[in-house]
Design a protein around this ligand. Structure first.
Ligand SMILES: Nc1nc2c(c(=O)[nH]1)N[C@H]1C(S)=C(S)[C@@H](COP(=O)(O)OP(=O)(O)OC[C@H]3O[C@@H](n4cnc5c(=O)[nH]c(N)nc54)[C@H](O)[C@@H]3O)O[C@H]1N2
Ligand SMILES: Nc1nc2c(c(=O)[nH]1)N[C@H]1C(S)=C(S)[C@@H](COP(=O)(O)OP(=O)(O)OC[C@H]3O[C@@H](n4cnc5c(=O)[nH]c(N)nc54)[C@H](O)[C@@H]3O)O[C@H]1N2
Ligand code: SF4
Ligand SMILES: [Mo]
Length: 768
């Protein structure tokens, strides 16, 4: 995709030294500057002061857990949380006039920044077949159009329902119930793009898809690994937890191709000491690993631990635990002893000495936690990598004990809850059986489409109806050109959204924008004011209650839209009380309580301060793996192969964006200002490839098909990333990721592992 007209001119790019610390006074000042620009001061105050408080608004940002009630700060939010909430609470509005002025073609040419900045959507809109404009439509007619399309499908599998992790538990439950009552499991979600690899590997090895770590565990670990995550920008309050762990004596090892600000030093804005002092050093050790080298690193560590046990039998491994709680140890051990140092050093770019020092840290530590995010999950060999991390934890009994465990750090505030509620194209039979018993219909058993398979099916013309519950499907997914063409083949596309994004400009014959209430807003239904519930990364389920007057009187809640659609499409078959769900979300929770394990007495327990802590069976010594034990796995050595003259590109987030929605063109912590069209390259590679600082280049992706995937006109920025690697922002680079480049087993796109070559930019090049 070419540079969009709404983008800042490239000339505006300035590059400064990357920051060596995160948060602190400039961070909070920056957030307030942003909020005051977007909203009135009063709205800002109302939202921020109740954010992440008992009975307040759950931050619509990331899924990081809140401290226990009584231990929260008056301002329990980070700079980015403040930005996210104010992005929603903006006083800017767009309605019929805006869409009369701007055609769909015009909007499709605008940048993601521009689209988001236009303000909140205020009324339902339709783009009719043949038209290039959205125009107003009543809710009744909008719901009618969708129901008509759904009832005329040849099979329910021609419908796809996508969910983004902002959706509440109640909305997610209603959506999956509707889809299954209609007769399809086509429930792709953003988790397919996010932690699917973690879920797969953890299910297989520990019998649970979720992390096993609580805030208390983090606070009391001796050694914490932060692998493939950038907490300073993406989970800022995690830094407070790490600071506390350090106060209790923990050591921290960061593994990342980039020296991210938050991994190095943290100034805690919640504390006077944090504001003026030098801050806490976060990582005691930083391993600048090559992209995709983590499997090799953990295999090497596992081999070193086995060798240490050989030297000091009975002192290194937790033999009792291995004996009693695991299977597969012998086969794993035999295999991992064959790992070759040459391969490890080539894959990681680290020295043997660096890895042996990490082994020594591990040997000194009784309690180890490994945290990870997208740096691990978005690779072809993501599943084996995470399985190898489980091997690493199992060797010394670092699961199921206080201060230990596996911590996949979740992205969207309720991505984990949506899964718990049944948003998954392959929910297990036990869940489907419970649905059947509760509602008296037979849910379909065949697995549905995940996100990648949904695009493949659209491309083949097998999908006629697409509904997105929040999110920005065409920007979140890979192979943008292919994906957009596929989506355009649908007869009807509809999006339940708060703000304008590119997905609204990629239309089926008929397209609908269904504007919804956001988290910050008061949700009043016929029985009175409602709240919703969400689950964070540490499996705590709690309430979220909006405070602000809705952006428009025409907004409906996600739940209301879905309930009306379900009733209109299905009538009273099966006999489900959709109207009562809409009137009183407590009725939905009563059903959830009978269907989802751990949610007994949901309505009463969830309103208690702190909410419900779901138990992870692993922490009670229960492994639902089939054998009843945790599983050691054998993983063949694997790392991305990059031909001479090429780089391995990862696509990541700036400090100033929420997923597909960049707020500005700046990335303060990395010292990038004024443009997002930059590619960060190691200075030695800049030289070796004959490039120059600031040169304009195209990024060309290399894949097995002969489709040309070219992202045009990026500036080269020399940056201390690992050799052979490069980084650029998502979603501008999603067009480079081939649809078929996916992780083994989990089918997750390889957003962190794209082989590219850098060519002098075609745009602006003198004509031949
Ligand atoms: N402000 C803000 N917060 C967010 C989001 C946002 O967009 N903005 N998004 C939310 C969501 S949905 C998610 S999933 C999370 C994402 O949180 P992160 O996973 O932290 O997000 P990314 O920007 O994708 O960064 C991945 C990190 O992994 C590193 N990395 C890349 N490849 C490798 C590798 O091969 N090995 C190792 N060891 N490291 C690697 C990158 O250098 C980078 O530091 O954040 C959530 N929080
Ligand atoms: N190249 C590359 N691609 C990636 C990633 C990557 O690292 N690299 N990361 C992947 C990951 S981890 C994720 S999670 C996905 C994210 O993918 P998505 O979840 O699909 O995308 P978001 O950008 O979070 O969606 C933003 C839109 O959600 C809508 N929205 C926001 N709040 C609300 C609300 O309260 N209610 C409703 N109804 N709508 C709302 C707004 O209209 C907004 O425009 O992207 C994935 N794609
Ligand atoms: S750390 Fe995450 S949940 Fe907490 S305030 Fe920041 S963005 Fe929100
Ligand atoms: Mo995510």
């Amino acid at each position: 995709m070419k540079k969009a007209p709404g983008d800042e001119p490239d000339e505006a790019l300035t590059v400064t030294e990357p920051k060596k610390w995160a948060a602190g006074v400039p961070a909070v000042a920056h957030a307030l500057e942003y909020s005051l620009e977007e909203t009135s001061a009063r709205r800002t105050g109302t939202t921020l002061l109740t954010m992440n408080q008992v009975d307040g608004i759950d931050c619509p940002g990331c899924a990081w857990a809140d401290p226990a009630p009584g231990h929260r700060h008056r301002n329990e939010y980070c700079e980015n949380g403040a930005k996210h909430i104010n992005d929603e609470a903006t006083t800017r509005r767009i309605g019929a006039d805006f869409f009369r002025e701007h055609s769909v073609t015009d909007l499709a040419g605008r940048s993601d920044v521009w689209l988001n900045q236009q303000g909140r959507l205020t009324e339902p809109l339709v783009k009719r077949p043949g038209s290039d404009h959205y125009e107003p439509i009543s809710w009744n007619d909008a719901i009618g159009l969708m129901a008509e399309e759904l009832t005329s499908l040849d099979t329910p599998d021609e419908a796809v329902f996508y969910t983004s992790g902002r959706a509440s538990n109640e909305a997610a439950f209603v959506l999956q119930l509707f889809a299954r009552a209609l007769g399809t499991n086509n429930l792709p979600d953003c988790s397919n793009l996010c932690h699917e690899s973690s879920g797969y590997a953890l299910h297989e090895t520990l019998g649970t898809g979720k992390g096993t770590v609580s805030l208390h565990d983090l606070h009391h670990a001796d050694l914490i690994f932060l692998v493939g995550q950038n907490p300073g920008s993406n989970h800022p309050r995690q830094l407070s937890a790490l600071e506390e762990a350090k106060r209790n004596g923990a050591r921290i090892i960061a593994v990342n191709p980039l020296p991210e600000a938050g991994l190095l030093r943290f100034k805690n804005p919640q504390k006077p000491r944090g504001v003026i002092g030098p801050g806490t050093q976060i990582a005691d050790r930083f391993l600048r690993i090559r992209n995709g080298g983590d499997l090799a690193l953990f295999q090497a560590l596992n081999r070193l631990l086995l060798e240490a046990e050989d030297a000091r039998p009975g002192e290194v491994l937790d033999r009792d635990f291995i004996e009693a709680d695991t299977t597969g140890f012998e086969e794993f051990a035999r295999h991992v002893r064959t790992v070759e140092w040459d391969d490890v050093l080539a894959a990681t770019g680290l020295t043997r000495d660096e890895i042996e020092q990490v082994r020594d840290e591990v040997l000194r530590s009784e309690r180890v936690v490994v945290c990870w995010a997208m740096g691990l999950t978005q690779h072809k060999h993501a599943v084996p990598t995470i399985r190898e991390i489980v091997n690493f934890l199992l060797l010394r009994g670092n699961v199921g004990r206080a201060g230990t465990g596996a911590c996949p750090v979740r992205g969207h505030s309720n991505v984990q809850g949506d899964r718990t509620m049944g948003i998954w194209e392959q929910m297990p039979d036990a869940f489907l059986d419970s649905l059947k018993e509760e509602f008296g219909f037979d849910p379909p058993r065949a697995h549905g489409y995940d996100s990648v398979n949904a695009i493949r099916a659209m491309r083949e013309g097998k999908v006629r109806f697409f509904l997105g519950l929040a999110g920005n499907f065409v920007r979140a997914t890979p192979d943008s050109t292919v994906t957009e063409e596929a989506v355009r083949r649908c007869r009807l596309t509809a999006h339940i959204s708060t703000k304008l994004n590119r997905s609204h400009t990629v239309c089926g014959d008929t397209a609908l924008i269904l504007p919804a209430l956001g988290r910050t807003e008061k949700d009043v239904q016929s029985t009175g004011e409602q709240f919703v519930t969400v689950e964070n990364s540490m499996s705590e389920v709690h309430t979220s209650r909006g405070r602000l007057r809705p952006a428009s009187s025409l907004l409906l809640s996600d739940i209301a839209i879905l309930c009306r659609l379900a009733r209109r499409t299905l009538g009273d078959k099966p006999d489900i009380a959709w109207e009562r769900f809409e009137a009183d979300y407590g009725v939905i929770r009563d059903h959830i309580a009978r269907i989802v394990p751990g949610f007994d007495d949901y309505n009463r327990r969830v309103v208690r301060p702190g909410g419900i802590q779901l138990m992870n069976p692993v922490n009670e010594g229960v492994y639902s793996t089939g054998t009843g034990r945790a599983l050691f796995t054998r993983n063949s050595a694997e790392a991305p192969r990059v031909p001479e003259g090429h780089l391995l590109l990862q696509t990541l987030r700036s400090h100033d964006q929420w997923n597909t929605v960049p707020y500005t063109n700046n990335d303060r912590y990395r010292g990038i200002h004024g443009s997002r069209r930059v590619v960060l390259v190691n200075p030695d590679d800049v030289q070796a490839l004959g490039l120059t600082d600031g040169q304009r280049v195209d990024l060309v992706s290399v894949w097995t098909d002969d489709v040309e995937r070219r992202a045009e006109d990026f500036r080269v920025v020399p940056y201390p990333t690992a050799r052979g690697c490069a980084a650029a922002y998502y979603p501008e680079t999603n067009l480079l990721v081939p649809l078929d480049s996916v992780a083994d087993h989990s089918n997750q796109p390889t957003f962190k592992s794209i082989v590219v070559r850098l060519e002098p930019a075609r745009v602006g090049a003198p004509q031949a």
